[in-house]
Write a protein that binds this ligand. Structure first.
Ligand code: SAH
Ligand code: SF4
Length: 357
């Protein structure tokens, strides 16, 4: 019989951690100390930690480490860049299998937000998106999502020990609702008050419009915020930018958003990447206002960040587009482009900043 492949300790829910300990003959109540070390202290070397009981310490020595049953998710930094105002720091983090994902730490007005990835690449293929242009490589495990938040928090505490990481947006690489189970398990851990403790209402999931996932979030009463990337006011306009619209069309998506709003009572963020001549006319803005009428939404307009695989250009009509939506009564913000900057180097990042403010 071959030994089962090693697993990540960060992949274990609290209950699963209790069961693992119990199965190894260690009392389940030691899970508290282990969880705290991993998720509150962000420990990278468990044997270095104080306060573990001898049985827990013995189990850790026998079960955790290279060649053993468990490992820790500790992605290494391949590359780091920051905006000229130093308020945004972007990390390319290397996973165990050699793939890399982007994680961002942003700080505005003393409020800090992490922006994390949920997949390597993305299957949704939005034509303007650098991640979509990569195609899908694989889903992230819960531990790999949690580890990005732990990294961002470690970086924050190193420079600002008094500050807390308060907000999280799932706007890095990948489509969170295409990796539903891993994302929800990660968010359960990230919002756990015994650990990282980011409030559920400070966590925002951004989706391209995976309709079953939106409805499932509502049915399961997931306590997180939802952002929907719309980008088009007619089926044709949207499908030209967002190919997945052929699977879940605009009408179905808007119906799902209305159902979500009705069940949860929560305001939805609508994300709109403005591409010159494609979705930035005043007629489009008026149609969008019509489509969203009666819904509790906040619209975020993001001028396109050009990517090598897409010939479109950023819209300059943002203010006029915004005025139409505001006149129709919608709260609507327009992200300003700030020139060549790490922040302007990534479309997702721009959108994420909007939600963090
Ligand atoms: N897959 C999810 C979350 C990651 S993308 C989603 O699509 O919502 C996060 C946001 O960045 C989305 O609103 C997306 O439309 C936007 N975005 C991606 N590439 C962009 C680009 N090149 N310029 C401007 N916004 C972009
Ligand atoms: Fe995927 Fe979001 Fe990029 Fe679309 S915009 S390809 S859904 S990451």
């Amino acid at each position: 019989m071959s030994a089962s492949p090693p697993r990540s300790l960060h992949d274990l829910s609290f209950i699963a951690m209790e069961s693992e300990l119990q199965a190894a003959g260690v009392s389940a109540h030691h899970a508290k100390a282990l969880w705290r070390a991993l998720h509150f202290h962000g420990a990278q070397d468990l044997l270095d930690q104080d306060g573990f009981s001898p049985p827990l310490r013995r189990w850790l020595a026998s079960a955790v480490g290279e060649g053993k049953a468990f490992f820790l998710d500790e992605p290494g930094v391949v590359e780091e860049s920051h905006s000229s105002d130093l308020l945004t720091r972007k990390f390319l983090l290397r996973l165990r299998d050699g793939h890399s994902v982007e994680t961002v730490l942003m700080g505005y007005d003393g409020r800090y937000t992490a922006c994390v990835s949920t997949q390597v690449g993305c299957a949704m293929g939005c034509v303007f998106c650098a991640t979509g242009q990569m195609g899908f490589v694989r889903h992230l495990r819960p531990g790999e999502i949690i580890a990005q938040v732990l990294h961002a928090r470690r970086i924050l505490l190193a420079s600002h020990p008094q500050r807390r990481l308060r907000n999280l947006v799932l706007m890095g690489m990948g489509e969170p609702l295409h990796n539903y189970a891993a994302v929800m398990q990660a968010l359960d851990a990230i919002s756990d008050v015994r650990g990282i403790n980011i409030g559920p209402s400070k966590i925002c999931i951004s989706t391209v419009g995976v309709v079953p996932g939106i409805l499932r979030m509502a049915e399961e009463a997931r306590p997180y915020r939802l952002a929907v990337s719309l980008h088009g006011s007619t089926e044709a306009e949207r499908a030209a930018l967002v190919p997945v619209s052929k699977q879940w069309n605009l009408a179905e998506l808007l119906a799902a958003c209305r159902t979500y709003g009705a069940i949860t009572g929560k305001r939805i963020f609508v994300e709109w990447t403005l591409v010159a001549g494609r979705n930035d006319s005043l007629e489009t803005a008026a149609r969008l206002a019509e489509l969203l009428s009666g819904m509790d939404v906040h619209i975020n307009l993001i001028p396109l960040n050009p990517t090598s695989g897409f010939g479109g250009t950023p819209s300059t009509a943002g203010h006029a587009f915004q005025s139409v939506l505001r006149a129709a009564g919608f709260p609507c913000t327009l992200r300003q482009r700030r020139g060549i900057d790490v922040a302007a180097g990534c479309g997702q990042l721009q959108a994420a900043k909007r939600l963090a403010q």
